[in-house]
Design a protein around this ligand. Structure first.
Ligand code: PLP
Length: 395
């Protein structure tokens, strides 16, 4: 059996050991309900409030602007439906065609309920067409909310969030700007103080915290309709007994990432460059390799360590199976698409044909990957590509 090589960090990440250590005390001793009045409950409540402050310090916002949730999907739902129910059906709700299903399906639900919605196009590299938003503005549409993801989960492309949000606010400061930053948090410095971001979604399991915990940043003054009705936790915006250990773990994981951010990003970039060069010089016919989020001149604006690549005449499912047999985990598009033979909506939006989209795989690693592992990964991909192409030619 080959040693496992996990290269699907955009899907989820392992819990960091230091995070687990910090969480343990809230499973074993400090397991009180944060709403209980006795000391054990107060201890849990204090742990939550301290985590809130630690996270707020990282984003330079106020602690009460952080609402803990069960993850990215819930944060997205709370943001979009929360605003829609406040602002009503007459205004326009805008998002892009390459959002995660947590956003796209929430917008479809709004549409089904009679809201006016619009989906922005992206260019060949996955960037929002800013002129299209400007056109909507010129048409004097009454816009309630714009939701644009910070970084795409399949391509890794980082949108021009500052530019877009600034332009919207210049036109009308009442437009609410939400960003699904699930793929960016922990991998990019995001300062909320002085930004034009009103709402931001994050998910712990993408940066070394466990699954099932996340948060929504809500700028003070933005009104949201609560989606989880119950005991009134989280300032009445998200009822339900808090995931104390998960929340504490998420604060710790963020601190670890942000403390070493620039060093790690630099090292990760070097490893990504090394790996891409390896793929190009490993003896594969270079004409068959296409990097879906890197421009022909080599420039890129994306999350480090996320590589979306396709090989002509190599179906992603066959290549994935070949690599899986070698105990290598990569995915075809997002985790949501990895077991499907319908082409990803993201890859279709960047003008890939069905065949090209179905030949694309996403490799995503962090800075812990070693050069030996990258060598092994590239070699295994070459073997897999050769094998799959031979099978295609001989059938
Ligand atoms: N948004 C984006 C961009 C994602 O990549 C994901 C997860 O893959 C989500 C939202 C959903 O997050 P969660 O798994 O925490 O519900």
């Amino acid at each position: 059996m080959n040693k496992e090589l996990y290269c699907d960090y955009s899907a989820t990440t392992p819990v960091l050991p230091e995070v687990l250590v910090e969480m343990m005390q809230y499973f074993l001793g400090g397991y009180g309900n944060p709403s209980s009045v006795y000391a054990k409950g107060r201890e849990a409540k204090m742990a939550i409030e301290s985590a809130r402050t630690r996270i707020a310090n990282i984003f330079k916002c106020e602690p009460e602007e952080i609402i803990f949730t069960s993850g990215g999907t819930e944060s997205d739902n709370l943001a979009i439906k929360g605003v829609a129910q406040e602002k009503g059906k007459d205004k326009l709700y805008i998002t892009s065609k390459i959002e995660h299903p947590a956003i796209l399906n929430t917008f479809k639900e709004l549409e089904r309920l009679g809201y006016r919605v619009m989906y922005l196009d992206v260019d060949k590299y996955g960037f929002i067409n800013i002129q299209q938003i400007e056109q909507v503005i010129t048409d004097k549409e009454d816009i309630a909310l714009v939701s644009i993801m910070y970084a795409n989960n399949e391509l890794g492309t980082i949108q021009h969030i500052d530019l877009i949000s600034q332009m919207l606010k210049k036109y009308d400061k009442n437009i609410i700007f939400h960003t699904d930053a699930v793929q960016a948090v922990g991998k990019k410095e995001i300062i909320l103080d002085g930004s034009n971001i009103d709402l931001l979604s994050a998910s712990g399991h993408k940066f070394g915290a466990p699954k099932g915990v996340g948060f929504l940043y809500k700028r003070n003054g933005i009104k949201l309709n609560c989606q989880n009705i119950g005991g009134g936790q989280e300032l009445g915006l998200r009822s339900g007994t808090e995931n104390v250990a998960g929340i504490v773990g998420m604060a710790k994981a963020l601190e670890i990432h942000m403390n070493n951010l620039y060093y790690n990003l630099n090292e990760l970039q070097k490893k990504e460059n090394y790996f891409i060069n390896l793929l190009l010089h490993i003896g594969m016919d270079n004409n068959i390799i296409h990097f879906n989020s890197i421009k022909p001149d080599g420039s890129k604006r994306k999350i480090g360590g996320v590589i979306n690549v396709r090989f002509d005449n190599v179906g992603s499912q066959s290549l994935l199976l070949y690599l899986d047999n070698k105990n290598i985990c990569v995915s075809a598009g997002s985790a949501c698409h990895s077991d499907s033979d319908t082409p990803s909506h993201v890859l279709k939006s960047i003008e890939l044909t069905d065949e090209e989209a179905l030949s694309s795989i996403r490799i995503s690693f962090d800075n812990t990957i070693t050069i030996d592992e990258l060598d092994y990964l590239a070699q295994s991909i070459k073997e897999g590509v050769d094998y799959c192409r031979q099978m295609t030619i001989s059938t």
